[in-house]
Design a binder for this molecule. Sequence first.
Ligand code: TMP
Length: 214
Amino acid sequence: MKRGLFITFEGGEGVGKSTQIRLLRDRLVTLGHDVVVTREPGGSDGGEAVRHVLLSGAAEPFGVAMEVMLFAAARNDHVEEVIRPGLERGAMVLCDRFMDSSRVYQGATGGLEPAFVANIERIAIDHVQPDCTLILDLDAATGLSRAQTRAGGAADRFEKEDVAVHEARRQAYLMIAATEPERCVVIDAAGGADQVAAAIWRAVEPLLGEVRHG
Ligand code: TMP
């Protein structure tokens, strides 16, 4: 049976996810893999339609429960339209954020009950679990200042919070990694891009033997 590999990238703002996804994609393409690069919220037509509502802050007045359900609606469309079909044809699917972002942003630091977030997650992902989640770990102040430089002052709704919240998110990610060590790998994101890419490659290379391309 054809089966690709689903790798998600997680972490706070400014940890370098986009750069690392690009570097991993290039390396995998050079090796001849079929690679799909995607992101959340978004990644499919339905997901991108909801992305704007979430990141503009338009849903914020309606509360965090509303937001988590919108993230889940976007996620389910993305899973069914892009991720599952990619995996079924044997692609490597690299996704910038996935279910752990909801656990962290709406659950751990958003105040929603973990059981509530877990119920919604189950419906959103419908058994499409990441094979590997790379958690890029960086101290909150450094990540935040990198994100602010990148945004040039135009931070989105989720970037406009202070260092304490970012540090709490970092700790929530580390807790997920500790709870699910078979799925999650914590990557030290403090070094240069090449150093971080090398650490990511050490985590990904052993998984490539499982990929069955179409
Ligand atoms: P990004 O495109 O810079 O990663 O921005 C996405 C923002 O949305 C980021 O601040 C994290 C937030 N987010 C959530 O709060 N929950 C989620 O489930 C996802 C996917 C993203």
